[in-house]
Design a protein around this ligand. Structure first.
Ligand code: NAD
Ligand code: LMR
Length: 328
């Protein structure tokens, strides 16, 4: 039997948590031979803690053979203690009358504290995935608040955007979704993101030849992927949860177990490539192997792509400057 992996999940009693925890405990994220210990964080409020207790009771009732332990807490230092993986899902949602700037600042407080707690108690190799919005900037704040951990361990979720783009393309091209390779969603997890299939293939054929329609790309595909989150909220009255949890599982599974040579999109701290300033957490194509990701470096950037990549970068820079005073 392998040593259990400690997986911390924040916002564990929320919607995404409810779709996520049972799949992690059943081995869908780390493998069917990998025991896990879930370390679950929720707000201290009575209602949140009661809901967390209920979720833990349900986890127990599943009798998952791979679930080697569950901890429920309102203390980040307990939740992140020796964590090998940290899924930062809990975040302050936008309330009525709240400006985007206020949302950023409220979340900055959360992710400063959680970054500091990770810095203090998590495994030095902890793999951090930020799901809670604004995900890229929250990941940046957590990274900056954890100076003793490698910056590369902090990532933001663009995998849902990547998966959304895959589905749209598969439908348009009439190809199986699993055949598509070489797709990336550049930039911020926000409507400014740039889904880019210029180099994608399906079964060895170029998607750009299968879908030879630049008007569709610019006027339908790109805005549809970018606004999909809002469309789900409009339809469901709640933001995406099962698909977000699924994307989080895809992100961590590939990071830990490898993407088998395929490109996947991860929001990672820039190393300066593609003209993205160092440290900005930006969606890029990566290939993962042996628990590490490597940014795909040689993607050609044409004029339209440069424009789209700069647009989403400008938004990230604006978010970053909005929280700079909190980061010292
Ligand atoms: P939710 O409101 O159902 O659940 C969030 C949970 O987090 C709540 O139970 C809340 O009590 C808890 N929480 C809030 N602040 C916390 C803190 N400081 N510490 C611990 N727990 C805390 O929301 P949800 O639908 O699960 O979504 C969670 C977040 O994920 C939101 O920010 C949402 O916008 C975001 N999201 C991101 C993506 C993406 O692709 N990156 C996709 C979907 C949703
Ligand atoms: C999504 O992409 O589904 C979410 O990020 C939307 C949201 O605002 O929660």
């Amino acid at each position: 039997m392998k040593t259990p992996v400690r997986v911390a999940v924040t916002g564990a009693a929320g919607q995404i948590g409810y779709s996520l925890l049972f799949r992690i405990a059943s081995g869908e994220m780390l493998g069917k031979d990998q025991p896990v210990i879930l370390q679950l964080l929720e707000l201290p409020m009575e209602k949140a803690q009661a809901a967390l207790k209920g979720v833990i009771m349900e986890l127990e009732d599943c009798a998952f053979p791979l679930l080697a332990g569950v901890v429920g807490t309102d203390d980040p230092e307990v939740a992140f203690k020796d964590a090998d993986i940290a899924l930062l899902v809990g975040a302050r949602p936008r309330g009525p009358g709240m400006e985007r700037k206020d949302l950023l600042l409220e979340n900055a407080k959360i992710f400063t504290a959680q970054g500091a707690a990770l810095n203090k108690v998590a495994s030095r190799d902890v793999k951090v995935l930020v799901v809670g919005n604004p995900a890229n900037t929250n990941a940046y704040i957590a990274m900056k608040s954890a100076p003793d951990l490698p910056a590369k361990n902090f990532t933001a979720m663009l995998r849902l955007d990547h998966n959304r783009a895959l589905s749209q393309l598969a439908e348009k091209a009439g190809v199986p979704v699993g055949d598509i390779e070489g797709l990336v969603v550049w930039g911020n997890h926000s409507p400014t993101m740039y889904p880019d299939y210029r180099f994608a293939t399906a079964g060895g054929r170029k998607l750009k030849e299968l879908v030879n329609d630049e008007t569709w790309n610019r006027e339908t595909f790109i805005p549809k992927v970018g606004k999909r989150g809002a469309a789900i909220i409009e339809a469901r009255g709640l933001s995406s949860a099962a698909s977000a949890a699924n994307a989080a599982i895809d992100h961590i599974r590939d990071w830990v177990l490898g993407s088998n040579g395929k490109w996947v999109t991860m929001g990672v701290p820039s190393d300066g490539s593609y003209g993205i300033p160092e440290g900005v957490i930006y969606g890029v194509p990566v290939i993962t192997q042996d628990g590490e990701y490597t940014v795909v470096k040689d993607v050609e950037i044409d004029e339209y792509s440069r424009q789209m990549m700069d647009r989403t970068l400008a938004e990230l820079e604006e978010e970053r400057s909005g929280v700079a005073h909190l980061l010292g």
